[in-house]
Design a protein around this ligand. Structure first.
Ligand SMILES: Cc1cc2nc3c(=O)[nH]c(=O)nc-3n(C[C@H](O)[C@H](O)[C@H](O)COP(=O)(O)OP(=O)(O)OC[C@H]3O[C@@H](n4cnc5c(N)ncnc54)[C@H](O)[C@@H]3O)c2cc1C
Length: 489
């Protein structure tokens, strides 16, 4: 098969995950002919026929739902606004967190004032919607069952294997986007070709999915077993369960726990008492039989953080999880990855001749240099959030801080959002405007992750000083009253 250079500028995208699909659409909109290579065998594509992900062919495919926030939505909006509607139509809005305490009571924590929500959507469904959107674009060609094996940075070629015929082939490109996930082959070859700074860290916690079935309401209709307006959290110190609703009235939850704990939970005689002690309400919803089945049949998966710098060499760049995997506790991995696509697409669009090799190199250089600080910031915030989700979220000190944060947010005026289809981020937020970190990260895509982190650190210091001032006043008042009391007697 001759797959060599064509006169039309040609981009290849490695991986047809959500990021690969959105990148392909973005590049096609900019006039590129795009070929997407995907190794998966659970999807087939004629241009108009995509089979839904089939877990029988690919049992290890994760099914856990993802939360889309304003950041991911703004990215999709900037590239294909019609897609946003399709995604949100298939998602369940979440207005806040519901914390389930050990005693059986619950507390609700609203995500943001003004009704901002996250959107819970099944991973497979989200990928399929994006795949279908890419598959119908004239200048996008999706090749499934093609595994990319290496990249030649001098010749601008990919070396691949057709997994059906076993045939090996080369394909030429003018621009290559590596969107091939956490264990990226493109990143591996970039590391061999550049002096990439790279780090990876496996969390000592793993996770297993647990699906909660539909319930039945008093009139016999299908109903959610838990409140579908909330993300549910059972924080228990070193381990936690998180559950999110699906459109079909089921919930997908996951137990996050240290590896050593999972090792002890392999058999019903330890698993059931463990749930009886720590998650009795969840156990009563699930039933013992289902719990054992879920924990024994679903795989244990690892959680990894990876950081890289730079993200490119020549005309090859990595984005999404290939460039920055993060732990899922901020719900930003995909949102951040979609933002990568938006930013890269704006940078290419700004150039008069975005297909010229020297222009591509300049754009990729600029992307690598400016994006790194934000990607490190969100990887670190996600890691900090791990402690919050398994412990702090249920503590009084967290709730008091959040209360003060929200009061200051309520009385301060927020600058309005700017349109992000042509602009990378909005103007700097004035220091008098108070914005909680969670709101900045999830609902203010006009604020970069690094700017959000810095602003939140300044605000934290202010709350600390406020706490010290109030504490000192309180102590002064107690001493003063005590002295006066002594004078009386
Ligand atoms: C438990 C969990 C919960 C999460 N929750 C959230 C959340 O709520 N919100 C959020 O924003 N993010 C969340 N994330 C993160 C999110 O899942 C990822 O950031 C996102 O899937 C990254 O997309 P991607 O397209 O970069 O990579 P992937 O989804 O991994 O896609 C990569 C694609 O490349 C293909 N591929 C790999 N190698 C090759 C090769 N050599 N040749 C050809 N194809 C190849 C793969 O088959 C795959 O289809 C969560 C992650 C986990 C683990």
């Amino acid at each position: 098969m001759d797959m060599n250079a064509s006169p039309v500028p040609k981009a290849v995208v490695v991986g047809a995950g959500p990021v690969g699909c959105l990148s392909a659409i973005a590049l096609a909109n900019l006039g590129w002919h795009v070929t997407v290579y995907e190794r998966r065998s659970d999807l087939r594509a004629g241009t108009h026929h995509l089979l839904a992900p089939n877990t029988e062919n690919n049992p290890r495919q994760r099914s856990i739902n993802l939360t889309l926030s304003a950041r991911g939505i703004a990215a999709v909006q900037a590239i294909d606004s019609a897609l946003v509607e399709r995604l949100l139509h298939n998602a369940v809005p979440l207005r806040g967190r519901m914390v389930h305490h050990l005693e059986g009571n619950t507390t609700r924590q609203q995500y943001d004032r003004g009704g901002h929500c996250l959107y819970s959507i099944e991973r497979g469904l989200l990928n399929l919607i994006l795949l279908k959107a890419a598959a119908v674009v004239k200048n996008i060609d999706i090749q499934f069952r093609h595994k990319v094996q290496s990249v030649d940075f001098n010749k601008n070629t990919l070396h691949l294997c057709n997994l059906v015929s076993g045939q090996e082939l080369d394909d030429h490109f003018d621009l290559c986007i590596g969107a091939d996930g956490s264990h990226s082959v493109i990143r591996h070859h970039l590391m061999l070709a550049t002096q990439m700074e790279y780090s990876q860290h496996y969390l000592s916690h793993e996770y297993v999915e647990i699906r909660l079935p539909q319930g039945v309401d008093s009139s016999g209709h299908e109903a959610y077993l838990l409140d579908p307006d909330h993300l549910h959290v059972w924080p228990r110190g070193s381990f936690t369960v998180v559950a999110m609703p699906n459109k079909n009235k089921t919930f997908t939850s996951a137990l996050f726990a240290p590896k050593s704990l999972f090792d002890t939970l392999q058999y019903p005689d330890t698993l059931i008492p463990f749930f009886k002690t720590h998650f009795p309400d969840l156990l009563s919803l699930l039933g013992e039989k289902r719990l054992v089945l879920e924990l024994q049949s679903n795989p244990r998966s690892q959680l990894i953080t990876t950081k890289a710098n730079p993200y490119h060499k020549g005309a090859v760049i990595i984005i999404g999880d290939a460039a920055h995997s993060m732990v899922p506790f901020y719900g930003q991995g995909l949102n951040c990855a979609l933002e990568d696509v938006r930013i890269l697409s704006i940078l290419l669009r700004k150039e008069k001749d975005g297909h010229d090799p020297s222009v591509i190199l300049r754009v990729l250089n600029h992307y690598s240099e400016t994006r790194h600080e934000d990607l490190v910031a969100i990887c670190d915030l996600a890691m900090d959030s791990h402690l919050k989700m398994r412990h702090s979220v249920a503590t009084w000190s967290y709730m008091i801080r959040a209360f003060i944060d929200n009061i200051l947010y309520a009385i301060s005026e927020s600058p309005s959002l700017v349109d992000l289809s042509e602009t990378i981020f909005g103007p700097q937020v004035p220091s008098w405007s108070w914005l909680p970190l969670y709101s900045m990260v999830s609902f203010r895509p006009d604020i970069s992750y690094s700017a959000a982190k810095k602003k939140a650190e300044r605000q934290e210091r202010l709350i600390d000083s406020l706490g010290v001032a109030v504490g000192t006043l309180g102590l002064g008042y107690i001493i003063y009253s005590f002295i006066n009391l002594n004078r009386l007697f």
